[in-house]
Design a protein around this ligand. Structure first.
Ligand code: SAH
Ligand code: SF4
Ligand code: F3S
Length: 451
């Protein structure tokens, strides 16, 4: 590779889960600290970071087609960008990327992105660099202080508190791409939350692949879980809302259930994936819980917080899934009545046990099941929104709507709400939910607390 001109502008493109989005923001800040600016909208960037996701098929293929498109566009504009591949595909297929895509200068795994600036130095000297090491937690120590880094005021932020996964569900690549479960230290998290709030953030979403597996030591040296962390963060006066995602049913504690009853700032929303309603399938997936245990847990949550909005993840067409087993999933959905849920066709992932199981189902069967499941989920989502009509609640204003005088924000139940009237981004507006659509609500503003 030829030596390259040091980049002046960058663009980070993140795919996949919210933790990848968080990582993407941190990489942007690291580059910003080195004087590299975000590329203006519509302009080619000197450095493009593809922050990739490996969770389902075609993700890797997408990386190669993105690289092809970038080099072509670059050539047309008279300058080829420097390309870095980051994220979970980088971790899983780093060497292959280097071999197949000569235009890539850097491959950096999800636990190594703090080394990106160093790698950039190498790339400008014409040396290609790969770093897919997994040194526990080091990347978080390399964070620039977020108050300086957050130039744009935005009222919501993600905060990664836990990473990695030890669960090894048989279909999933995450334990291989993100490594073992680790928790960031309590003091670091409180510190980062302080900085965010000082920079104008009003809602923090705590992130982790298994966020409720977080544990740490508080200032008094006591071991605490996610509930303890939430209670500590709730004491920050200007922080108004706390959310967390994604939880695993087996890491749920009574303390966390109690938090939902007792901590007002903790929003009434729970994303708790279950994947299937069939115990045979759950066992084959190595989920280590039954459908009934999951339902009992949701019952406890509803007892603690009757208005809680429930969300989940589902996989249809896991190897060997029968029609009756798929029906069990539909029954579970009927029983829960989700406010929102995500459903996916099973995708065999290289290196996972399920990929080599017998009885992989044909695509048509999966498509047909996915459609039926999504119809049930959409029905329940609309029903949840319709049942919210007439409720008056706080809406945290996140952005302007399509038309002049329209504003968009989120209800406590994570519904997208739009309304008309005087407001500013960051306001907590008191809104009566007036009309329900499948994906959003129209609200009428009562009062607003200025940002
Ligand atoms: N740690 C979280 C989420 C991980 S990935 C959890 O355990 O809940 C997000 C979702 O992607 C999963 O909940 C699952 O529904 C889906 N998923 C993961 N691997 C998949 C695969 N091989 N095929 C299809 N969907 C998958
Ligand atoms: Fe993947 Fe299962 Fe871990 Fe979730 S709990 S990240 S689905 S292995
Ligand atoms: Fe995708 Fe990696 Fe997240 S595989 S879902 S980006 S942990």
């Amino acid at each position: 590779m030829k030596p390259q001109t040091p980049p002046k502008t960058y663009r980070v493109k993140s795919f996949g889960c919210q933790m990848n989005v968080y990582d993407g923001e941190r990489m942007a800040e690291l580059l910003g600290e080195r004087g590299i600016e975000p590329a203006p909208e519509g302009e080619e960037a000197d450095l493009v970071v593809l922050n990739t996701c490996h969770i389902r098929e075609k993700a890797a293929e997408k990386v190669y087609s993105d690289i092809g498109r970038l080099t072509k566009a670059g050539r047309a504009a008279g300058k080829e960008p420097m390309i870095a591949v980051a994220g979970c595909v980088a971790q899983a297929e780093g060497e292959e990327i280097m071999a197949r895509a000569p235009a890539v200068s850097m491959v950096v795994g999800p636990q190594a992105y703090h080394r990106l600036p160093e790698m950039l130095g190498k790339a400008t000297r014409g040396e290609r660099a790969t770093d897919t090491d997994m040194p526990a937690i080091a990347k978080f120590d390399a964070l620039p202080s977020r108050d300086k880094a957050r130039k744009k005021r935005f009222p919501t932020a993600f905060l990664t508190v836990q990473e990695g996964c030890d669960k090894f569900c048989t279909y999933c690549v995450v334990p291989y791409t993100r490594g073992a479960e680790i928790s960031r230290p309590f003091a670091d998290l409180v510190d980062e939350a302080h900085r965010l709030v000082d920079a104008g953030v009003r809602e923090i979403t705590l992130l982790g692949q298994n966020v409720n597996a977080w544990s740490g030591e508080n200032a008094k040296g006591h071991t605490i879980g996610l509930d303890g962390l939430i209670r500590a963060l709730a004491k920050l006066p200007d922080l108004q809302r706390i959310r967390y995602t994604t939880s695993h049913p087996n890491d749920f504690t009574n303390g966390l259930v109690a938090c939902h009853a007792e901590v007002d700032k903790l929003m009434p929303y729970l994303h708790l994936p279950v994947q299937s309603g069939s115990d045979r399938v759950l066992k084959a997936m190595n989920r280590q819980h039954t459908a009934d245990q999951y339902l009992r847990l949701l019952e406890q949550m509803r007892a603690a917080r009757p208005d809680i909005a429930l969300s989940g993840d589902f996989i249809v067409g896991f190897p060997g899934e029968t029609e009756a087993e798929f029906d069990a999933t539909l029954s579970l959905v009927d029983e829960v009545g989700y406010a929102q849920a995500y459903s996916f066709k099973y995708s065999p992932r290289p290196g996972t046990p399920a990929a080599t199981m017998g009885d992989q189902l044909p695509g048509e069967v999966m498509n047909e099941r996915l459609q039926r499941l999504q119809a049930s989920i959409n029905r329940d989502q609309l029903a949840f929104n319709q049942a919210s009509v007439g409720r008056t609640c706080d809406v945290l204003v996140e952005r302007r709507g399509k038309h002049e005088g329209q504003w968009l924000g989120k209800s406590p139940w994570l519904q997208s709400v739009w309304f008309e009237g005087a407001a500013e981004i960051g306001d907590m507006a008191q809104v009566t939910l007036a009309e329900a659509g499948p994906n959003s609500m129209r609200g009428e503003v009562r009062e607003r607390a200025p940002a």
